[in-house]
Write a protein that binds this ligand. Sequence first.
Ligand SMILES: Nc1ncnc2c1ncn2[C@@H]1O[C@H](COP(=O)(O)OP(=O)(O)OP(=O)(O)O)[C@@H](O)[C@H]1O
Length: 244
Amino acid sequence: MDKNMYAIEVERLTKIYGKGETAVTAIANATLQVKPGELVAILGPSGSGKTTLLTCIGLINEPTNGKVVIDGTTVADEGWNSGIDLKRMRREKLGFIFQAHNLIPFLTAQENVMIALEINHLTKSEAKGRATELLVSLNLGHRLNNYPSALSGGEAQRVAIARALANKPKVILADEPTAALDTENGKNVMTLLKKLAVENHSAILVVTHDHRMVEGFDRIFQVNDGRITGEKSNLEVWASHELG
Ligand SMILES: Nc1ncnc2c1ncn2[C@@H]1O[C@H](COP(=O)(O)OP(=O)(O)OP(=O)(O)O)[C@@H](O)[C@H]1O
């Protein structure tokens, strides 16, 4: 099998917080793969380990056991791979979308996107051009100079998405990107993520317990009690939620 066939490969990943009697196994033996261009959900109840899984894949939480491969590079194999520059991998390969309030409050919408580009060595004027182009494509051309406090929830979330995508990452990780939004704005965010997966050929992994959004995903992994208990179609998830 071509080792670059997947953008994300997770093999028997386990994360245990703490030691001894107080140890908590947040993720146990999780295996999943995401291909470029796929929009995939991790669905599960509160405390089931979704965020832990996402942050281990996002190189911000060291797995206790198991393997994580990003875009063909093994970043963790029984702990971090010591030969890898994790910071650089994060910056160059990954885009994170957290809740909208992760925007920097004293920077405008445009500056919030520019900063991600400048960190990756674009000049100020290159960064300004690309940030403007991205924000205009997200229907935020009229909000370039607004600070986060003057944006609606949906607008701020789109700025956070623009920032996450600025460097065209191979892998995009999103933690509850629609939870704080009304259904219409949530659906807009899903449409946008789908478009990006297809156009940028990015692999997008979204942690959610928002059943309203299931129809937008290509695949859904169900997590319960730290274990991936199955892969479901969006119809199955919708039916089990709506029909009990
Ligand atoms: N830093 C930590 N130290 C110790 N235990 C933790 C830590 N982070 C998470 N946990 C525990 O690990 C388990 C999984 O937590 P996690 O946040 O990954 O779940 P989640 O499914 O994302 O939950 P939620 O939907 O509520 O955000 C929980 O029992 C939690 O209490």
